[in-house]
Design a protein around this ligand. Structure first.
Ligand code: NAD
Length: 306
């Protein structure tokens, strides 16, 4: 059986070595397609693959159709908006992600961004401290929970909003539960976004919520660009000259934002939340183990298209 690792942005070598060891120990073969630039290269490579590991690579209907033997695709990472789940289901291809494996990397970046913005992007001038400020955690999943834990160490007061996590769970971890989403934004000196991009959340963060934030507040987005209503973000930054925005997922209008708002906005040059050696290795190895677990034992833990 052939496991294909198809990565426009390759894994670290140590991760590839680890994936190979797991796959070969299970009696399967590993095939690599790295740094490809044309979709056609992926379409050719999947033709004889039984299993596929990707990172942010798009697994479209066309890719699934080009892979007649494919039984499982694993997104090595958390967000799986790059997988066409309906197309997978139609062909009975199991789709999985590797939740939690890169969360610490993203959480550390979110905290780093808060400090960076509090200190005027490390430019000369008087900054502020995180201690005593209120952090709003929008979605208390794997990343949100870790951000909250780290922020406690900085002496921040933490509120969270996540309708899918029971309040007692958050409270038992020392987190205040925001009564509503509006309540969360109203309180947050820093608001860290950790919602997935889906039908409900796309474009959901705009003027209505951002206008509620306290004076000098900063929105940190390590989630997805799609959750932001970009024109409304631009409008509120123009209206509220005290607001700041830092993101790991640059908006389409980043050049316009930078030109107008300069030190109040920041975007990483390329999405780098999960770009640590540790996260690379954790997510890659987890993907390989999940493939072996499914193909050999039918283990469907982390299956996204049940
Ligand atoms: P997760 O699945 O562990 O957690 C997501 C949380 O969102 C869950 O607790 C869920 O209950 C909650 N949620 C879902 N819909 C919601 C809604 N409408 N309102 C409030 N809460 C809602 O995911 P995660 O691993 O914590 O990842 C969080 C986000 O970070 C995702 O958008 C993911 O794509 C993104 N991410 C980015 C990077 C990066 O490189 N910057 C890396 C990993 C993950």
């Amino acid at each position: 059986m052939k496991v294909l690792v198809a990565t426009e942005k390759p894994f670290a070598k140590k991760a590839v070595d680890g994936i190979r060891a797991i796959v070969e120990q299970a009696g399967m073969t590993l095939s690599l397609l790295e740094k490809y630039t044309q979709k056609e290269e992926l379409l050719v490579a999947v033709a004889d693959a039984d299993a596929l590991i990707v990172r942010s690579d798009k697994v479209t209907r066309e890719v699934i159709q080009a892979a007649p033997r494919l039984r499982i695709v694993v997104r090595a990472g958390a967000g799986y908006d790059n997988l066409d789940l309906a197309a997978c289901s139609e062909r009975q291809v199991v789709a999985m992600n590797t939740p939690g494996q890169n969360s610490n990397a993203v959480a550390e970046l979110a905290i780093g961004m808060m400090i960076f913005m509090a200190r005027n992007q490390f430019q000369p001038g008087t900054g502020t401290e995180l201690r005593g400020k209120t952090l709003g955690v929008h979605a208390y999943g794997n990343v949100g929970r870790l951000v909250a834990g780290l922020a406690k160490g900085f002496g921040m007061e933490i509120y969270a909003y996540d309708p899918f996590i029971p309040a007692p769970v958050m409270q038992s971890e020392g987190i205040h539960v925001a009564a509503t989403l509006e309540d969360l934004y109203r309180r947050s000196d820093y608001l860290s976004l950790h919602i997935p991009a889906n039908k409900e959340t796309t474009g959901s963060i705009g003027q209505a919520l951002l206008s509620l934030m306290p004076k000098g507040a900063c929105l940190i987005n390590t989630a997805r660009k799609e959750v932001i209503n970009e024109p409304e973000l631009e409008a509120i930054l123009a209206q509220r000259t005290d607001l700041k925005y830092a993101t790991d997922v640059a908006p389409g209008n980043m050049d316009a934002l930078k030109a107008q708002f300069d030190a109040r906005v920041f975007a990483t040059t390329k999405k780098m939340g999960a770009e640590t050696q540790e996260a690379n290795i954790n997510a890659g190895l987890a993907a390989a183990r999940q493939i072996v677990g499914y193909l050999q034992k039918g283990d469907k833990t982390f299956c996204l298209n049940k």
